[in-house]
Design a protein around this ligand. Structure first.
Ligand SMILES: Cc1cc2nc3c(=O)[nH]c(=O)nc-3n(C[C@H](O)[C@H](O)[C@H](O)COP(=O)(O)OP(=O)(O)OC[C@H]3O[C@@H](n4cnc5c(N)ncnc54)[C@H](O)[C@@H]3O)c2cc1C
Length: 641
């Protein structure tokens, strides 16, 4: 392969920094980390300077991409107990019946239920520490050569659920499709001006999934000895790996895993859980099925992309649910993944439109909900039963006396550097355990112990806006997977087939702009689970924007240089979406192992006037179950309101 050197001064993005703060040595809160890394991570404090957050694109989300520097800084101060003293003797401030902390899918699910169940006169305040609602379901927007492009910041893909006639009889995705009228027929752009047929993934996951990957033009890149040398294997599974440089024995072992269907049947889901949650997926493959380590190593990519860490750290029960080879047959060819232009921001916007119709401009139509402007001015209006206040970090929460007899909860949040107090009759913490255990000051011991057992993994979504993608067309691919060597960036990237939404009709043409998304986990197979997440988070948080930008461009030259990639001409902008605690890892035992009762079962109980809701309680984070957690928490709270 031809060598192509790194451009020393790519023409991208630094021209447009939005928010110059940065965390140079940051590493966020930690749970259950191995001692060495845990201490190192705890010792780190954010040091703010320009160059960490980077370019944010255009549009409503440009100042809210991934964790903001402010939210990371506040999280460190919360962890270190700097705000605890703010909750002293009775505080004066606003009064509400309910406060929902967190405006991600769980908080929005709570709001939807509250608006149905509230009694006349009851009021609710929602607080979130980011400038836009949606949590991990937000979007990036670029404008390239006059074309508007969207990409997901995190959550991005879905199957359309089965139809239900009465939403009240359903839970999860199906319930909200029916309740909010989310469309099931979704049109996509067709390919123009390509010299060859190409198959696209509709989201940013399908091309990693056994069975689904076979229907996408996926290239696997195998590095050579020298930088920029390597070999592509396109559609390698359909070719039974014959086009790869892998030796015969490795090919055989990998194919054995890939083609392995369900090897166990279980009487019930509970039986599957109690048996499989006692081991990792790696142990299941290597010890129970005795099929060697090739499959579990390849599975790392999919598992870490879907659940935070690889096969050595993921419960075999989670792998069974996902579904992985050895535990399930390959998915049927009728299954289709989808992704709204901004990924699951589409769902967040449906919920917001449902509870506050004026918050998103236009009608209650698919087009307007997905692409309408956010009316930030109406989110927090006086005398409205539901108010949403953004850029507000909740730092302390406590019942006004012993929780068994309390009739109020006191809460303090920081907004624009100022502490503000709220007195409320109840609180739903629709936030993750890594924050709740520091913020909720009268948390009972068993809850605290349960939260200490959660493990949160970091994740980076880098969206690269391209002026064209001829270099991928030349290779005959729309998705790339590579064996990561030491200096590499990431593991995978792909171009989605864009969904058509009203007037938003982005092109699908190799000569025109598109977004190339790098979904990047930080798993470190072989290390203890706690060490893996601490080390990964340190890397995610301590790398500057410029360094990630350099790594991404270098990786693109390595993959695509020989096919004509030129950073100066081909890249229009890069947005980094850093998620310090992206996923709760469903490690072996998360679901309770042989007992079937895990730490999440403790957290799901209301105590006093506080209830907890977050997708982490489900083990495999997903938007519908996240909203269900919020709904459950509000129903628990309604019992005391
Ligand atoms: C990279 C990635 C890809 C994913 N892909 C998919 C997918 O394809 N499909 C899918 O269904 N799901 C996906 N998910 C899972 C996603 O996490 C869930 O679907 C869901 O969006 C999570 O909602 P949540 O409300 O539980 O949490 P979050 O989205 O984390 O929302 C919690 C909110 O609370 C805020 N908050 C935290 N602390 C405070 C505080 N002290 N004060 C105020 N606010 C606070 C947070 O900033 C956040 O806005 C993905 C996640 C990631 C990270």
């Amino acid at each position: 392969m031809k060598k192509s050197g790194l451009d020393p001064d790519p023409r991208i993005t630094r021209r447009d920094f939005v928010n110059g703060l940065s965390v140079v040595a940051g590493a966020a809160l930690l749970s259950r980390a191995a001692p060495g890394f845990a201490q190192a991570e705890r010792a780190l404090r954010p040091s703010m300077d320009a160059g960490w957050y980077g370019y944010g694109g255009v549009g409503d989300y440009k100042e809210s991409h991934g964790n903001t520097p402010e939210s990371v800084a506040d999280a460190h101060r919360i962890r270190d107990g700097e705000f605890d003293a703010l909750l002293g003797p009775p505080v004066a401030g606003e009064e509400y019946d309910l406060v929902i902390v967190g405006c991600g899918m769980a908080g929005l699910g709570a709001a939807l239920e509250y608006m149905k169940r509230r009694k006349t006169g009851q009021t609710c305040l929602m607080l979130d520490n980011h400038p836009v609602f949606g949590g991990e379901a937000k979007e990036n927007e670029f404008r390239v050569d006059g074309t508007t492009l969207f990409g997901p910041q995190g959550a991005n893909g879905f199957f359309v659920p089965a139809r239900v006639d009465d939403y009240r009889s359903a839970s999860g995705d199906a319930r909200y499709y029916a309740e909010l009228g989310i469309p099931r027929e979704l049109p996509y752009q067709s390919l123009d001006n390509a010299a060859r047929a190409l198959n696209f993934c509709h989201d940013n996951y399908g091309y990693l999934v056994r069975g689904l990957q076979d229907r996408i033009s996926t290239g696997h890149f195998f590095s050579g000895e020298e930088q920029d040398e390597g070999q592509w294997a396109v559609d390698m599974w359909r070719k039974e790996l014959r086009n790869t440089p892998l030796p015969e024995d490795r090919r055989k072992a990998l194919m054995g895993w890939y083609e392995c269907g369900a090897t166990r049947s279980f009487e019930s889901d509970d039986a599957a859980k109690r048996y499989l949650d006692q081991m990792s997926y790696k142990e299941f493959l290597e010890r129970v099925l005795e099929i060697g380590s090739e499959g579990s190593a390849y599975a790392d990519l999919f598992l870490a992309s879907a659940a935070g860490l690889g096969s050595d750290a993921t419960s075999a029960y989670a792998a069974y649910l996902l579904p992985m080879p050895g535990l399930n047959d390959a998915p049927g060819t009728h299954l289709k993944r989808h992704s709204f232009p901004g990924g699951n921001s589409g769902y967040a916007r449906y919920f917001v439109k449902g509870v506050m119709p004026e918050a998103i401009g236009g009608e209650r139509s698919f087009d307007d909900i997905i692409t309408g402007k956010i009316n930030f001015d109406v989110l927090d209006r006086e005398r409205h039963p539901l108010r949403m206040r953004l850029s507000s970090t909740v730092v302390a929460v406590r019942h006004d006396r012993e929780y068994e007899s309390a009739d109020h909860v006191e809460l303090v949040y920081m907004r624009a550097g100022e502490a503000r107090a709220v007195r409320t009759k109840a609180v739903v913490m629709a936030t993750g355990g890594w924050i709740n255990k520091h913020v909720v000051l009268d948390l009972p011991h068993d809850y605290r112990n349960a939260y200490d057992k959660f493990v949160h993994a970091p994740f980076l979504v880098a969206n690269v806006a391209l002026t064209n993608w001829r270099f991928m067309e030349k290779l005959g691919i729309t998705a790339a997977i590579w064996e990561k060597s030491d200096d590499d960036f990431g593991y995978t990237c792909n171009l989605r087939r864009p969904m058509l939404v009203g007037r938003h009709r982005p092109p699908l043409d190799p000569n025109r702009p598109a977004v190339l998304s790098f979904y990047t986990p930080f798993h470190q197979p072989g290390l203890p689970i706690g060490a893996q997440v601490s080390k990964g988070r340190s890397e995610l948080m301590s790398t500057s924007y410029a360094d990630f930008e350099r790594k991404i461009i270098r990786q693109m030259y390595k993959l695509f240089g020989a096919a004509g990639f030129d950073a100066k001409k081909d890249i229009a902008g890069i947005i980094l979406n850093r998620w310090g605690h992206a996923y709760s890892v469903p490690y072996p035992g998360f679901y309770g192992g042989a007992t079937g009762v895990g730490p999440r079962d403790v957290i799901r109980r209301r105590y006093g006037r506080i209830a907890f809701a977050h997708s982490e309680l489900d083990g495999l984070q997903h938007w519908g179950p996240a909203a269900d957690e919020g709904r459950r928490a509000v129903n628990q709270i309604m019992a005391v309101l």
